[in-house]
Design a protein around this ligand. Structure first.
Ligand SMILES: [Fe+2]
Ligand SMILES: [Fe+2]
Length: 267
């Protein structure tokens, strides 16, 4: 049935109301007497804001800029904040599903792709490269769950601002744990997940977003984990796979989730 015929089935008062509302907002253009265009569709002229690529990039840049203004006091306050659960007791499987609701406004390579899509892209890319370490793959599944804090109103500049960089005075070679950095989603996922993962995987979660400026601060342990996990991970996590259409679904990874996170957790 054509849209025109479907529309004709609505009672007059509803039709009038919709027509009046659409007209009020300048949303449609009357081409025939019934408000339908030549294809039989209501002609919607912009549903509120339509963002151009340049506007998307401008917003992303503004968030990154704000994130670089983070102070040590703010980092301390955020650390304290995320010692408390964000959502409460929950299955990891559900947290992974919730990623479908997260669009990272700072990602100018994925644009409006969801974080679930991103996670599936990274996982597939790592598997394709021959990475079979199941613990490492399970950690990759959860690596960006810190961004879920945006569902509870966390500002994006506290979650993603172009990666982790040193903040204040730091001693080269003293080890990441003894240095200060800006706070981001990596700290959030680490704060909530460290009781549930091994020490090495906790390191991967916490430092997965470091930028090159952080590297001189590494100690021997950091350097070993950097070589073993950060390097192989980061080449799949960053940039060049964002156009890849995932072939697997989240459900394909459920055995992996159940293997490493069999119980509910306090997220
Ligand atoms: Fe991340
Ligand atoms: Fe990521």
């Amino acid at each position: 049935m054509s849209l025109k015929k479907t529309a004709a089935k609505f009672p007059r008062p509803i039709k009038d109301f919709v027509k009046r509302k659409l007209n009020q907002h300048g949303y449609y253009d009357i081409r025939d007497g019934n408000g339908l265009n030549e294809h039989g569709f209501y002609d919607i002229r912009g549903v509120g804001e339509i963002t151009t690529i340049d506007e998307f990039k401008e917003r992303a840049f503004a968030i990154s800029k704000r994130s670089r203004l983070q102070t040590q006091e703010e980092v301390i306050a955020l650390k304290k904040k995320y010692e408390q659960p964000i959502l409460g007791e929950i299955a990891v499987e559900r947290l992974l599903e919730l990623q479908a609701q997260i669009i990272d406004p700072t990602n100018v390579l994925m644009f409006t792709g969801s974080q679930l899509t991103h996670t599936l892209q990274v996982l597939e890319s790592m598997e394709k490269a021959g990475i079979t370490d199941r613990e490492f793959l399970a950690t990759t599944l959860i690596h960006d769950l810190g961004k879920l804090a945006s569902l509870k109103g966390e500002k994006w500049e506290n979650l993603e601002g172009g990666g982790k960089i040193p903040l204040g005075e730091n001693l080269p070679g003293s080890g990441f744990e003894n240095c200060s950095f800006n706070w981001d989603h990596a700290d959030v996922v680490h704060a909530r997940f460290h009781p549930y993962v091994s020490k090495d995987m906790a390191w991967v979660l916490k430092w997965h977003s470091i930028q090159t400026e952080c590297e001189p601060l590494m100690d021997a342990r950091d350097r070993a984990l950097f070589e073993k996990y950060y390097k192989p991970f980061v080449r799949h996590d960053r940039t060049f796979i964002f156009h890849h259409l995932p072939k697997k679904r989240l459900s394909d990874y459920l055995p992996l989730v159940k293997e490493f996170f069999p119980e509910k957790m306090l997220f």
